[in-house]
Design a protein around this ligand. Structure first.
Ligand code: NAP
Ligand code: SF4
Length: 678
């Protein structure tokens, strides 16, 4: 079969091994690394990705010593007792013809335990703890710890290691003048600051021999003040190559930089130009990273000479068969990562096991399996939102005969509204994915069909699943029926015209979405290039690297042409419910656009003058053209009760079951689990 992705799928000869294609599954901490039943689950996780033909994989970060652990329970590798567990992983991967590296990560000043260390005793702005500066002899022993841990990894069956030298962790801290104020042999001039990184590579090569893969992840662009100039970034890459590395992977930014680097608002492939700048400076292959989530884009990166390989991490949570589907020209069947961070990074920040919003099977491979049904039941699913779609397609995969009813003229439910919000365009991919599954699985679909009890109780169906979703809540504010009042559905679904001055009632996820939509709609560019340029300008990123770190000291204001008030009754910070990994960026983006966030609001009335409020003791009139209601949702259980009364086996899932906690992550997981259980 001729492949549509000849560059992406071309083998890559590293001299010591030939990788079957140019795709790296980047390192992801899943939380399983620290959990009691983690190793068998990780083995199943990596086995599936190896079966899916990914060229190279990396584990989550393993600390080379106790000080380097990210948290108290963080992952280390000092005991031989780990050997059996890691051998489960490496054997599973080798059985499928895969290649896996262990990532070595020392947390440095990002570690969240009392014993944290760094080159200098400088606190990070994102960690309340201040590190202790390593002594010169401790620097030496830390290098030894890296080399020893690499040798253990080799003994455990790993083909090599990735050395985490970016994102502001210990090795990066040594290299950066921002965090390294040392005056001994490990600080000061370039050679001294680079020495820690170079020595680690050199000693691992010495200890593990020439057939061991050493991949070094270095920061191509730092996105913080007081960083290295581009010439020193290049000089480090050359030194790393000279010390014996086989591959250089791209890191983007520091964790403490106030620029989003992987959230949905980051345009696809927004940082590949940074890797491209390095092409030709070293002879070893370079890997591009960040916001790459489909094979066409990955192909363009390699064909266009931006990099020799691409790294994707979250896309392999969303679909373990990403590469296999690309190989078989079935890219339209890929379940695409939509960069929501909800079930992966946000869960990790809450000390939970990661999974994926669009693929709840991720990290649950031993438990959530599609077994063929013993008895071919007839299933009706009412509602083709994310929960209903997950349920219908999983039930059909089990061999059930599934009929799907949808009141609207299209499938996708709330995702149809999310996908029009700037930064959430990828939500359309989930609808595309389910649409294709419906075709492949032969699910019968009735659109524009509000299913009634009569449709469902006539004995045609063995089980009925109600995934009927939610309706917007209309708060009892006097004047709420005024023609200037719109609901978020009017704006995002029906695309009703909205005036230049707007008040948004409710600052939950949907209120923020509407604000984002309205703040952008007058200014956003149309082409991918215009979108990228706007993003770089907005966040002050200098793609010509004229400034060390490539971060402009002055940002250009990107004021919206609309006046937008985002209102809530609470007195807490706006956007607190949006998720740790991207809430800050969404909030910052709206503030840049001039959105006015007002809390502690008491809504008085709406009339021809506008929206009357009280904030504290102060009466206020917002003279707006439109008031947009984003005040949460309600749902009805009427149909469910009717079906129960009629003796039909009915199940409620998603927002239909619990409107107050409407959440696509929960709806998709509930739908999938229910279909596996019935
Ligand atoms: P929500 O998060 O419950 O927010 C609704 C907001 O409306 C609340 O913040 C509440 O704030 C206000 N409100 C509630 N009842 C009100 C009333 N009677 N009068 C006036 N204001 C009222 O609901 P949502 O924004 O519709 O989001 C629903 C779900 O979708 C969320 O739980 C989230 O999981 C998901 N979502 C997430 C994102 C994301 O980016 N993470 C984006 C979209 C949707 P006050 O009570 O303080 O006024
Ligand atoms: Fe991607 Fe969201 Fe899944 Fe994370 S949870 S892998 S961001 S789709």
């Amino acid at each position: 079969m001729t492949s549509s992705y000849p560059y992406l799928l071309k083998p890559l000869n590293l001299g010591i091994i030939t990788l079957k294609n140019r795709v790296l599954m980047g390192s992801m901490h899943t939380g399983l690394e620290d959990s009691a039943d983690g190793f068998p689950r990780l083995a199943a996780f990596f086995r599936e990705r190896a079966q899916g033909q990914v060229g190279l994989m990396v584990t989550g970060g393993i600390a080379p010593n106790p000080e380097g652990r990210l948290g108290l329970g963080g992952t280390g590798l000092n005991a031989e007792s780990f050997k059996t567990g890691h051998a489960l992983i490496t054997n599973a991967v080798h059985a499928e013809g895969g290649v896996i590296l262990m990532q070595l990560l020392h947390g440095g000043r990002y570690s969240r335990h009392q014993g944290l260390v760094a080159p200098s005793a400088l606190k990070s702005p994102i960690n309340p703890l201040t590190p202790r500066a390593l002594t010169a002899s401790e620097v030496e022993s830390s290098i030894e710890d890296f080399a020893r841990t690499a040798a253990q990894a080799q003994d455990f069956g790993y083909a090599g290691v990735e050395i985490m030298g970016s994102e502001g962790y210990l090795i990066h801290e040594f290299f950066s003048p921002r965090t390294n104020l040392r005056e001994d042999d490990w600080g000061g001039n370039f050679d001294n600051r680079a020495r820690f990184a170079v020595e680690i590579v050199r000693r691992i090569r010495q200890r593990c021999g020439k057939n061991f893969i050493i991949m070094y992840r270095m920061s191509m662009i730092e996105l913080v003040e007081n960083s290295n100039p581009w010439e020193e970034v290049v000089a480090l890459a050359k030194a790393i190559e000279g010390a014996g590395a086989n591959l250089i992977n791209s890191g983007i930014g520091w964790h403490e930089s106030r620029v989003p680097t992987i959230a949905g608002m980051v345009p696809r492939g927004a940082f590949t130009w940074a890797t491209q700048r390095m092409m030709g400076e070293v002879k070893i292959p370079l890997i591009a990273s960040n916001r790459i989530n489909n094979p066409e884009q990955a192909e363009t990166i390699i064909a266009g000479g931006f990099a020799d390989m691409v790294s994707m991490a979250r896309p392999f949570l969303a679909d373990s068969d990403f590469v296999l589907k690309a190989m078989e020209n079935r890219a339209d069947e890929i379940n695409t990562c939509i960069a929501c961070n909800q079930a992966c990074l946000d869960r990790i920040f809450d000390a939970k096991i990661a999974s994926c919003m669009v693929n709840p099977r991720a990290c649950n491979e031993l438990e959530m399996n599609v077994h063929e049904a013993a008895f071919p039941k007839r299933i009706a699913v009412v509602g083709a939102g994310p929960g209903g779609l997950a349920c219908a397609t999983t039930a059909a995969q089990r061999g059930y005969k599934v009929t799907l009813f949808e009141a609207a003229d299209r499938i996708g439910g709330q995702f149809n509204m999310a996908m029009v919000v700037p930064g959430k365009e990828d939500y359309a991919e989930t609808i595309r994915y389910f649409g294709r599954q419906i075709e492949i699985l032969g699910i019968e679909v009735f659109l524009n069909r509000q299913a009634s009890a009569a449709d469902l109780v006539d004995g045609h169906y063995d089980e009925v699943i109600l995934a009927t979703g939610v309706s917007p809540r209309l708060p009892g504010i006097p004047g709420i029926e005024h023609p200037m009042v719109l609901s978020y559905v009017d704006v995002l679904w029906h695309r009703k015209e909205v005036g230049k001055k707007v008040a948004i009632i409710g600052a939950g996820g949907v209120g923020f979405d509407v604000a984002e939509y309205l703040a952008h709609s007058a200014s956003i560019g149309t082409s991918a290039n215009a979108e990228l340029e706007q993003f770089l300008r907005e966040w002050g990123i200098d793609r010509f690297y004229r400034i060390p770190g490539a971060l402009e000291p002055e940002r250009q204001p990107m004021k919206s042409s609309r006046t937008i008030f985002l209102l809530q009754r609470k007195d807490s910070r706006h956007g607190a419910s949006l998720g740790k990994t991207k809430g800050w960026a969404i909030r910052a983006a709206l503030l840049k656009r001039g959105v006015q966030m007002i809390g502690s609001v008491d809504y008085q009335r709406i009339d021809d003058e506008g929206l009357h409020l009280r904030v504290g003791n102060q009466e206020q009139l917002l003279e707006v053209d439109n008031v947009i209601v984003c005040a949460g949702q309600t749902s009805s259980k009427e149909l469910y009760e009717e079906l129960k009364l009629a003796g039909t086996t009915a199940h409620l899932i998603g927002g239909a079951a619990k409107a107050s906690e409407l959440d696509a992550e929960r709806a998709i997981e509930e739908g999938t689990r229910l279909a596996l259980a019935i």
